[in-house]
Design a protein around this ligand. Sequence first.
Ligand SMILES: Nc1nc2c(ncn2[C@@H]2O[C@H](COP(=O)(O)OP(=O)(O)OP(=O)(O)O)[C@@H](O)[C@H]2O)c(=O)[nH]1
Ligand SMILES: [Mg+2]
Ligand SMILES: [Zn+2]
Length: 301
Amino acid sequence: MTEAVLEQQLEGRIIKGVGGFYTVLCPDGKTFVCKARGLFRKRGETPLPGDDVSFTVDKKGEGYLREIRPRRSELIRPAVANIDMLIIVVAASEPAPDLELADKLLLYCAKQGVTPVLAINKCDDGETAESRAIAEQYKGAVDNVVMLSARTGFGLDKLSALLNRNTVCLAGQSAVGKSSLLNALLGLDLKTGELSAKTDRGRHTTRHAELLTAPFGGLIADTPGFSMLESVPLEPEEIPKLYREFAEYIGMCRFLGCLHLSEPDCEVKRAMEDGRIDKARYERYKKIVNEAIEQRRHKYD
Ligand SMILES: Nc1nc2c(ncn2[C@@H]2O[C@H](COP(=O)(O)OP(=O)(O)OP(=O)(O)O)[C@@H](O)[C@H]2O)c(=O)[nH]1
Ligand SMILES: [Mg+2]
Ligand SMILES: [Zn+2]
């Protein structure tokens, strides 16, 4: 009896989903294209790249998704599940780093239990005063800050070493060099145009994330124009709990629900004033919390 006539029950990971067809990567490296049965629609479930799934390959060799395993994390835009690590990319100089975006991405990581890496790209001549200043701001917030250059390869080994066998996604403002870093990491040499064309192709406005197998043994998502911030509304009260720098001062403010804004006798503010918490990070924190307060106000208008 040949393999093709037997029905097979298999497990794998969705690496791509386009037009109702899901490419599933199995532990042995084989891939299968599967359809999702109406079952998922009925349950209101949408399979995502990154999902661990079980599936059936029927006698005709056609694959059908059976079940999605519980997700460990979920990004909304682009939609991708089970990311272990988010590489937050900023440029050392051009474009001027949007550190508020970096802060929000960090909040997102903290909330989803995703490990953040801050990658300061375009350090073509090694570390600079600018890149060191950025790194300094984040030393209390992130364990992994890497200064690197997709162009010269500086620091890429350090980033690669961090990636391990993780499922990784690149994030950050446009033109910071996410695609360039992806290419450098995958050894794809100057295929930026090709990769973006693949993901941006067609009339569909939805952008499909695709997980690519990486030499570090994990998967990495090609995510042009990555942005999911509007879709992650945080309650003002949960924001301070997601700042790692604040953790050791929790419970030390005069007021129990202190948001560390202008409340009297606030330990976080005191720590900021005498330099234990970075001032710029704190200023942006205030802005982010005030925005969340504003958003909540509008929600109930
Ligand atoms: N000098 C320098 N330029 C770089 C480096 N990495 C990327 N660039 C340049 O920065 C520009 C933007 O790079 P991309 O990789 O397309 O940036 P991106 O973050 O993918 O941008 P979006 O896809 O728009 O989100 C390109 O012109 C790259 O050549 C670097 O390490 N050094
Ligand atoms: Mg890009
Ligand atoms: Zn306080």
